[in-house]
Design a protein. Sequence first.
Length: 324
Amino acid sequence: MIKLDLKLYRGYVNDRELVVFGHVFKSWAPDKYRLDRRGIKHAFSIIHMFRIKPLANVEIRLKFLDIDVKTRTMQDGYFRFTLPFTRELKAGWHTYTVNIENKDGDFGIIEQGELLKPFESKLGIISDIDDTFLISHSNSVFKKLYVMLLRNINKRKIFDDVVAHYKMLSNAGQEIDGACNSFFFVSSSEWNLYGFITDFTKMHELPKAVIKLKKIKTGITDFLFTGRGSHDHKFEKIKDIVSFYPTIQYVLLGDDSQHDPFIYERICKIFPVNIKAVYIRQTSHRRKKKVEDVLYNIEAMGVATCYFKYSEEAIAHSQRIDIV
């Protein structure tokens, strides 16, 4: 019998709909390899994350509260449950269960995931990852690969004061103990790196977030171009988040190494009352004229912007416009 692995991601729910998603793989999921290795052993662990075999048309079963429903994986092993949901559910994180089945019953693979019902708030935070809070050197393909291959998560660096800023955004306007604003991390990194990202954010005590990544990759050639190519998926995922929670105002955080300013401009044009502020980190020695022009246009639409090099500047701006 084929040995399978099941990987679940953080889902989300509102008063009308529930969304849960994940992947099914042959033999192993990307995060089954140890991330505590050093040097060349760590490099092999990272490469193995891209040597996976997703499985199509595998039957899986979701259980959450009184929900018990089945679906099958797509060609790339991906599955998504999008279900009507009108039950009373308190705000916060909730556990759901998915198991893999065949014609004769369970494969014996059962995993638990989490889904988010946002707390009452007027603020949601959507953030990029690479070079927004995780130093990744996206401007240089070779340096990015070098850092990814030879530095484990405990050696990877985060920008100064970025955790403080994100925690301030998380707590902004909340008066109930334990309540927080909802975070969403949307990146052009592939689903292969989901385990790495969740471990890194937990290690640095960043706010717990729903994470949305790019289509999974399955080969060494794909690994060499990780995070590259079209970024339209980021636009679509951000648009889906804002549409899913349309009564919230959002803060968008990104950087100028790739396409974030231009994606955020499109989002501001489509949702003229939903975006409160846009933050873009400067990743090189000089500001980019094209980015300045885009941010000027966003400002003209009534959205506050901040083009910053150090997070302390972003914090001061958030305080100045009374976000935090």
